[in-house]
Design a binder for this molecule. Structure first.
Ligand SMILES: Nc1ncnc2c1ncn2[C@@H]1O[C@H](COP(=O)(O)OP(=O)(O)OP(=O)(O)O)[C@@H](O)[C@H]1O
Length: 272
């Protein structure tokens, strides 16, 4: 007897898109650096991660990019990547920059990009093509053959960001990309970063103390203090949040982001 034909319309849950951290906790000996922090960033989105010195921002960056063991979970577009090494995560499209740019010394600007592209698994031909495109997009073509170690500071930071974008990453975490830049350089970085999600199709997490930059750049902000989430939402909502004003921004800065004490300078201390 012929069996009736049944069509299996499997009701698979739609994978959660984005780079997500769920219930992340990190303890260093007696110190709780992160306590039950959850956040997510989608492709095409820019998320700002802000908070006072020692709040846990770099520790969270390390968690998201595989440099820090932790409790809780990290996922990339629905795939659990908890415990993956930085190299494996980079291969899966999760990249980062460091507070202090770590360029490959003894190499030119172009060689820095090419080496990074080879490092994430591109073929030599693809690495060359990618390098040429990045040099162009970041206005570095005129410096392609310069010794990277001899670049002026602003260009060094620009190269650091470009290098994190080799090989079409899915998500990039930028740790204080504007640190030490003057106002003009910071504004120039802002317009470059603003274009990145559309140009590269990736999501950005930006850790930054420069509130002039962060308030203009980000679609959403996530604020942490003492290792816990203090607030999250649009820049306007976060700027008006009394707890954020109290812990971090200060009243004057909340009303006039250009007046943030130390804007453009990495050292912003707790208020109150
Ligand atoms: N490897 C470590 N061992 C012990 N304590 C650490 C370690 N790394 C960070 N910490 C502590 O964890 C807390 C969070 O530090 P973290 O560097 O993540 O803060 P942050 O928000 O990035 O600060 P900043 O804005 O100054 O860079 C701080 O109290 C810091 O001293």
């Amino acid at each position: 007897m012929a069996h009736p034909v049944t069509t299996q319309t499997a009701q698979r849950p739609t994978p959660v898109q984005g780079l997500t951290a769920t219930g992340v906790t990190v303890r260093f000996a007696g110190l709780t650096a992160l306590q039950d922090v959850s956040l997510s960033v989608g492709r095409g989105e820019i998320l700002g991660l802000i908070g006072p010195n020692g709040a846990g921002k770099t520790t969270l960056t390390n968690v998201l990019t595989g440099f820090q063991r932790h409790g809780g979970a990290v996922a990339v577009d629905g795939q659990d990547v908890t415990g993956w090494s930085p190299q494996r995560l980079a291969g899966a499209g999760v990249r980062r920059t460091f507070q202090n740019v770590r360029l490959f010394t003894g190499m030119t600007v172009a060689q820095n990009l090419e080496a990074a592209a080879l490092g994430v698994g591109l073929s030599r031909t693809a690495a060359r093509t990618d390098t040429a495109a990045l040099l162009e997009r970041f206005d570095l073509s005129g410096h392609a053959d310069d010794d990277a170690a001899a670049l002026p500071y602003g260009l060094e930071r620009r190269l650091g960001v470009a290098r994190a974008l080799v090989g079409e990453p899915r998500y990039v975490v930028l740790d204080e990309p504007a640190a030490g830049l003057n106002e003009t350089e910071s504004d120039e970085l802002l317009s470059r970063l603003r274009a990145v999600p559309e140009q590269f199709g990736c999501g950005l997490v930006v850790i930054e103390h420069d509130m002039r930059l962060i308030m203009r750049l980000c679609d959403r902000l996530h604020v942490i203090d003492h290792g816990r989430t203090l607030a999250s939402g649009s820049p306007a909502d976060v700027r008006a949040n009394p707890a954020v004003i109290e812990a971090y921004l200060g009243a004057a800065a909340a009303q006039h982001p250009d007046a943030v004490p130390g804007a453009g300078v990495p050292e912003v201390t707790r208020h109150g």
